[in-house]
Design a protein around this ligand. Structure first.
Ligand code: FE2
Length: 385
């Protein structure tokens, strides 16, 4: 069984668990072989992700593992938040009117979940599963920033200011022309200059709202400033950038890196980690960056990885702070034979063993097909006596 973002579904994938709408109506039952119409319908319902069957991993007690992945934010909260942000941002574009109460309610909802699940790590599927980049992105940035605030020991007042400002950090984008916002290619210089106005425009909208704290509005204003002073709008550096904005700058870039965009494929968490680390001190506050990265599972539970021994294994345990050395269970040995009950290797103890590759979902499904073929071949040629 594999949790997969709706945007990554393909015809002929098999549903592993019943799928319900946010109102609790059964949309599709387990074992349904998906077709294009059903996939389109699922997208319209705004669900972030579903479980599909994967012949490769379904033969090991792997479903139980996925069931234990702690979610930082409940799926219901995420669906509700993305829908509300979608409507509220559209109202901002059309009516130039911001429903601040609605945003406060959503950010409180997200904050409640994050506090309840403190200690949980971000696994890829927690944050990537969304369609409609800006709305999902706003919710993701809010989750990531709030989680970082919790790690930094913020009190409730700080957390509420941070959560609200993070959710609204890109509000100014609603006043940027759609053709630039949705352009499926890198922007020209002039377009980029116009796009960069969104932080100024956002600040201007938010600071006029009497029930939005001014520090939250400053998140929108300062989230593109860089730690070395080379960002915009004002070229602020170091601690002259408000701490909330330094947090949101990190969450913003991490989510952009790990999301599919029209002109680039999503980076996997360990790839995004390397990129983020290379930007410490220039783009990002290095201390906050470390706090942020400690809560990201570089190899999320259930990831299929290749080891330097050429074994192929599934990640079964991740410890915060030791994310580069998860525990893995071997599924295929170096000669490609499927193991019924392969060894479990704790990479914090086996220091000469390391991960050399993480398989994408498409590659995992391909592996599944290949190993099933190989198992069938083995059975065909196995002596019967
Ligand atoms: Fe932005």
């Amino acid at each position: 069984m594999q949790k997969i973002a709706i945007s990554e579904l393909q015809p002929n994938m098999v549903v592993a668990r019943n799928i319900f709408s946010t109102e609790g109506v059964l949309l599709l039952s387990a074992d349904t072989v998906l077709n294009a119409t059903q996939i389109e319908r699922l997208q319209q319902f705004g669900l972030p992700s579903i479980y599909i069957k994967n012949p490769f991993t379904d033969t090991i007690p792997y479903g139980d593992l996925i069931d234990t992945i702690p979610e930082v934010v409940r799926e219901e909260t995420r669906v509700q938040a993305v829908q509300l942000v979608n409507t509220a941002f559209q109202n901002l574009t059309i009516l130039q009117n911001l429903d601040t109460q609605q945003f406060k309610a959503i950010s409180d909802l997200i904050l409640d979940d994050v506090i309840k699940n403190r200690g949980a790590m971000i696994h890829l599927t927690d944050i990537r599963a969304h369609d409609g980049y800006t709305f999902g992105h706003s919710v993701n940035v809010c989750v990531l920033a709030t989680l970082t605030g919790v790690q930094l020991g913020y009190d409730m007042v700080n957390l509420k200011e941070l959560a609200l400002g993070a959710l609204l950090h890109d509000a100014g984008k609603m006043l940027i022309p759609q053709e630039i916002l949705l352009k499926p290619a890198p922007l020209t210089n002039d377009e980029r200059k116009l796009m960069e106005k969104h932080s100024d425009l956002g600040f201007d909208i938010l600071r006029k709202q009497s029930d939005i704290p001014l520090v939250s509005a400053h998140i929108a204003f300062q989230h593109h400033e860089k730690f070395d002073g080379n960002g915009y709008n004002r070229g602020l550096a170091g601690t002259n950038i408000h701490e909330y904005a330094r947090i949101v700058a990190i969450a913003d870039v991490y989510d952009a890196l790990t999301s599919d965009r029209p002109y680039k494929e999503a980076s996997l968490p360990h790839e995004a980690y390397e990129i983020m680390m290379s930007l410490a001190n220039t783009h990002f506050d290095p201390v906050i960056l470390q706090t942020f990265l400690n809560q990201i599972a570089l190899y999320p539970l259930g990831s299929i990885v290749q080891l330097n021994t050429d074994d192929i294994a599934v990640v079964t345990r991740v410890i915060p702070g030791l994310q580069t050395r998860p525990t893995v269970k071997v599924l295929l040995d170096a000669s490609g034979h499927k193991l019924k009950n392969g060894p479990e290797i704790d990479l914090t103890r086996h220091l000469t063993t390391f991960i050399t590759k993480v398989f994408t979902l498409t590659e995992v499904l391909q592996l599944g097909a290949n190993s099933t073929r190989q198992t069938n071949l083995q059975q065909t040629f196995e002596p019967t006596s």
